[in-house]
Design a protein around this ligand. Sequence first.
Ligand code: NAP
Length: 174
Amino acid sequence: MSDTETGTPDRNVLFIVARATNGCIAKDGDVPWQISADLKRFKRLTMGKPMVMGRKTFDSLPGLLPGRRHIVLTRDAEWSATGAEVANSAAEAIALAGDGDYSVIGGAEIFALLADEATHWEITEVHEDTDGDVFMPAPDPAEWAETGRECFPAADGWPPYDFVTYERAGEPSA
Ligand SMILES: NC(=O)c1ccc[n+]([C@@H]2O[C@H](COP(=O)([O-])OP(=O)(O)OC[C@H]3O[C@@H](n4cnc5c(N)ncnc54)[C@H](OP(=O)(O)O)[C@@H]3O)[C@@H](O)[C@H]2O)c1
């Protein structure tokens, strides 16, 4: 499916991540926060569509997430896991995702690898500098425009956070 004027796909490819002010997204193989509203938002954004992820992110999941395909990037030709569709390259992952909307759910390596595919970033901006071991940059303001922001106070022991949508600068809303 292509936009006939631009030749670019007219589907939505959501890059979804929770990211601290200092760029941290993970500590010790897991997401550093368990903010229940964020988990609900993640479910709503991903439900019913293929999810593309790195093997390390797949390993960090509590299990298969119902109602969503799991397309897992690995360089290991022998790797397999129940419920995972294996891709050994970016092109294979994109082909497996098909022509419709899909999500990219991390981690940092896969966001960087597939960066050109993103139509939207859906970022939970967590307002703290978090101690961790996986970091990633924020969307480049020269390329991405903020089109939505919901702000939430600290609660349940977690820091304040915002749900923020970014779309490619200069492009109409999907
Ligand atoms: N805060 C959040 O919202 C969020 C979101 C997602 C993940 N995370 C966290 O981030 C951490 C993982 O992130 P990460 O950046 O370290 O790893 P990752 O992106 O999840 O996975 C990296 C793996 O992807 C595979 N890979 C990378 N480039 C590839 C390529 N060109 N072709 C084929 N396969 C390729 C390799 O798997 P092999 O080693 O098997 O070859 C590589 O080790 C986890 O702790 C997870 O919990 C946080």
